[in-house]
Design a binder for this molecule. Structure first.
Ligand code: UDP
Length: 482
């Protein structure tokens, strides 16, 4: 067996949810292509779904990549509610943390010790494990944008200044203590958790976020031309920030391919691509609320009427678990069925990157998850934003007010507003939005091309890990079998 020098062994730990796993697998793929060894940890449920639905275990990666599962028991219910999110957080601490500690310690004697740990949202686990395991260097990869990261980071300042908790009827109140956002941020643009008093989630999220200063570096899936001013603010607290996005576009360029490999945890319905092929350029509005959001039957109906009444073609991802409540199965009014037959196409899960890249797609009605936002930006597709929770409220404010790449309809959900906004995006102001979206595509492409900011930052990150590996003590420097 050929002996090749090991340039580094990286432990990657995404938060167990679709968007996080998706972008961290893309990072893992790029690091694999850069010749690192990678051990990628997911919950047992996600492990099974990735094996069943993707090629993650069959030819995509080199043999240096290993997909590993935590022991069963990590919460795998809905995380659209605070209770669900907290349950997941605690189960990661009780199951993943001790397991990782043992694994890293055991791995140290295995001949292929870890060089570093790349952790997602729950940074405290990585930092505490690292402290007990030979100070393994930790990088913090937050799969959200710089704008939401900085809003999370700033939350304690808002409490101190009395801008939080949000006052009764205070959703329009200006928020002045998030530096760099003084001119446009309102209470309603803060993460959803700020809306509830005595909520542990906001405290947990800002505590985790603030610990970023203890990481060796912060890695963000964004690019300098998109979020430069906010990144400057973040760098006053976390000097080493690698912006390396849009990762999916960088991966596509590296693979010289028109698509990346699917990391979907649901079966993708490819039939929508043929339907899109039969539509006029930029005529279709794509609708998806991501992998976590759950809406009420009432909201479903308002969106549905709005879409049908707009008269525009639409492709809608209606996950089997999208709608909550007892009356999910109630009959659909015949005018909606007819309108959908004429203008719509409904599927359970889409190959989203390919859909957004399709020439027929001219708009995206989105929940403003960061991956969806970035995928839309990289594809030059203007957005209508209906943020649901977490970082989405801040992302949508940036889309509507800062980048002006779409319309922010947060906290509104009635059929006439939906119809009006669709007409505005797809008809009245179409040219204006498309022009700005195309300009941003150019900047995104420049960022990931040779010499661009994300391209160079990724190289710097690689060099940093290689140096770490070289500086490991003599006994840890090993030759690994390929
Ligand atoms: N996605 C997909 N097909 C769908 C809907 C979503 O592949 O039908 C992918 C999408 O491309 C994105 C991820 O799922 O990468 C969702 O992540 P995001 O951060 O946008 O939202 P979340 O699901 O975390 O709320």
């Amino acid at each position: 067996m050929a002996q090749v020098e090991c340039i580094g062994h990286i432990l990657i730990f995404p938060y167990p949810a679709q968007g996080h796993v998706n972008s961290m697998l893309k990072l893992a793929h790029l690091l694999d292509l850069a010749n690192f060894h990678i051990t990628f940890f997911v919950s047992s449920t996600i492990h099974a779904r990735l094996l069943a639905l993707t090629d993650v275990d069959s030819g995509r990666f080199s043999p240096r990549f290993r997909l590993k599962s935590f022991p069963p028991g990590i919460y795998d219910g809905g995380i659209d509610s605070r209770e669900g999110a907290l349950e997941l957080y605690h189960s990661l601490h009780t199951i993943a943390k001790p397991f990782l500690k043992q694994y890293i310690a055991h791995n140290r004697d295995s001949g292929l010790p870890f060089t570093c740990f790349i952790s997602d949202l729950v940074l405290s686990i990585a930092l505490e494990v690292s402290e007990q395991c030979f100070n393994l260097p930790v990088y913090y990869f937050r799969t959200i944008g710089a704008c939401a990261f900085w809003a999370f980071f700033s939350l304690p300042d808002l409490f101190e200044a009395g801008e939080l908790p949000i006052k009764e009827n205070g959703m329009e109140s200006p928020i002045t203590k998030v530096k760099g956002m003084e001119d446009f941020l309102r209470a309603r643009d803060l993460p959803s958790w700020c809306r509830y008093e005595e909520d542990d989630t906001a405290r947990i999220v800002y505590t985790e976020t603030r610990r970023a200063v203890e990481a060796r570096a912060l890695i963000l899936n964004t690019f300098e031309d998109l979020e430069g001013p906010i990144l400057s603010q973040i760098r006053t607290k976390c000097p080493k920030v690698y912006t390396i996005g849009p990762l999916h576009a960088r991966l596509m360029a590296t693979l010289a391919s028109k698509s990346t490999h699917s990391n979907s945890l649901w079966q993708e319905d490819e039939t929508c691509m043929a339907w899109l092929d039969s539509q006029e350029p930029k005529s279709v509005i794509y609708v998806s609320f991501g992998s976590i959001s759950v809406i009420t039957r009432q909201q479903l109906m308002e969106f549905w009427y709005g879409l049908v009444n707009s008269g525009k073609k639409f492709l809608w991802v209606m996950r089997s678990d999208l709608v909550a409540g007892k009356d999910v199965e109630s009959p659909i009014p015949s005018e909606l069925e007819e309108g959908t037959k004429a203008n719509g196409y409904i599927i359970g899960w889409a190959p989203q990157e390919a859909v957004l890249d399709h020439p027929a797609v001219g708009g995206f009605l989105t929940h403003s998850g960061w991956n969806s936002t970035l995928e839309s930006i990289a594809a030059g597709v203007p957005m209508i934003c209906w943020p649901f929770f977490a970082d989405q409220q801040t992302n949508s404010r940036f889309v509507g007010e800062v980048w002006k790449l779409g319309l922010d309809m947060k906290d509104v959900c009635d059929r006439s507003s939906v119809e009006k906004l669709i007409r505005e995006l797809m008809e009245k102001r179409k040219g204006e939005f498309l022009e700005r979206a195309e300009n941003m595509v150019k900047l995104a492409k420049e960022a990931i091309s040779e010499g661009g900011s994300s391209y160079c930052n990724f190289d710097c990150l690689i060099q940093d890990i290689i140096k770490l590996n070289e500086s490991m003590s003599e006994e840890d420097t090993v030759k690994c079998a390929d």
